[in-house]
Design a protein around this ligand. Structure first.
Ligand code: FES
Length: 100
């Protein structure tokens, strides 16, 4: 089920932003030509990934520096071992929708 997340213009390129939608905590990441959505908490110890840094497709956790690929959620570097859940994204006109 796709639900509206936000106006695309509220997402700054390269800056993850947190949202709560229907009980899910997610982040949206605007890489310029595409938007990705993932769970908002690190799978290691729950750090808020809205405070993570982004380098191309790699998100780095602010607490212990685990790294995740934003396109598929795979943990690239520990201590996190589990992947982040990712959500399908659709852009309709200027709005971002995610599939919960
Ligand atoms: S909470 Fe993210 S690496 Fe520890």
């Amino acid at each position: 089920m796709f639900v509206k997340l936000c106006d695309k213009n509220t997402l700054t390129v390269g800056e993850p932003k947190a949202f709560k939608v229907k009980g899910h905590e997610v982040i949206a990441v605007n890489v310029g030509d595409k938007i990705f959505c993932l769970d908002a908490r690190c799978t290691h110890a729950g750090a808020p990934l809205a405070e993570s840094t982004l380098n191309e497709e790699v998100l780095t956790c602010p607490w212990h520096y685990s790294q995740f690929n934003i396109t598929n959620g795979v943990a690239l570097r520990g201590p996190a071992e589990k992947p982040l859940k990712t959500y399908s994204v659709e852009e309709r006109e200027n709005f971002v929708f995610i599939d919960l």
